[in-house]
Write a protein of this length. Structure first.
Length: 237
């Protein structure tokens, strides 16, 4: 049931797959599988956990509905209300979320997710003109520890900001990968290729080899990407 819920949630709009699973998710699934209900405390705990991780109330509730769809059960309105209450309590008490990660100087996960949501839902306006795309530069993980040292992360942040300055891009570092939201253009694709090369050179190659992937956020960007992304990566730009 856990896997079915996860798949259904992705299909109904969950944006960042690596951030879906939480310990509270397993508790909710175990309760529904064993007793055919989700107790109010379990639902409330999941809502609170989602809020702490910067997930919006809309995405939290859509994800919870996906659970009942995956289990082929009617939605438990009481459990959904408890989920919303847990989310609201944390959201109301939480301090202002910093926009900047202390290690890299790039955007925090919550700030980056909010920007993704703004671009995806608005699509127009002075800050959202034209097609946008998401790029992920996957880096080699640390060899001798669970995370790269903070000095290397600081250099990573400086390199990303330097390479992408003036492109209108926003970047976030998470799980040995740099996520970049950027206005789609061939010149920006070239800048991302250069950014990938700069990251591979850091720390005597400690983060290489890297892999660059593109995820257009609109049909317009998808059409343009199919024509230009490959040539941009294969050329010197």
């Amino acid at each position: 049931m856990l896997r079915r819920w996860q798949t259904t949630s992705y299909q109904t709009g969950w944006r960042f797959r690596a951030d879906w699973f939480l310990p509270e998710v397993r508790s909710v699934v175990t309760s529904l599988a064993s007793s055919a209900t989700v107790p109010a405390p379990a639902a409330k705990s999941l809502g609170a956990a989602r809020a702490r991780n910067g997930v919006s109330i809309s995405e939290t509730m859509t994800d919870f509905r996906a659970l009942f769809s995956a289990a082929e059960r009617a939605l438990d309105i009481d459990a959904l209300q408890s989920l919303a209450e847990g989310w609201a309590e944390v959201a109301e008490m939480a301090p202002s979320i910093s926009c900047t990660d202390v290690y890299t100087g790039l955007a925090t996960q919550a700030h980056f997710q909010r920007r993704i949501h703004e671009v995806s839902s608005m699509g127009t306006g002075p800050d959202c003109r034209g097609a946008h795309a998401l790029a992920i530069i996957s880096l080699a993980g640390p060899r001798d520890s669970r995370t790269h040292c903070w000095t290397l992360l600081a250099r990573l942040g400086e390199a990303v900001k330097g390479q992408l300055h003036g492109t209108g891009a926003m970047a976030m570092y998470q799980n040995s990968a740099v996520h970049v939201l950027f206005p789609f253009s061939e010149s920006n694709l070239c800048r991302l290729v250069e950014c990938k090369a700069a990251l591979e050179a850091l720390g005597d190659g400690a983060m290489g080899p890297a892999r660059l992937r593109f995820y257009p956020l609109s049909s317009a960007a998808a059409a343009a990407a199919s024509a230009t992304a490959t040539s941009a990566q294969d050329s010197a730009c």
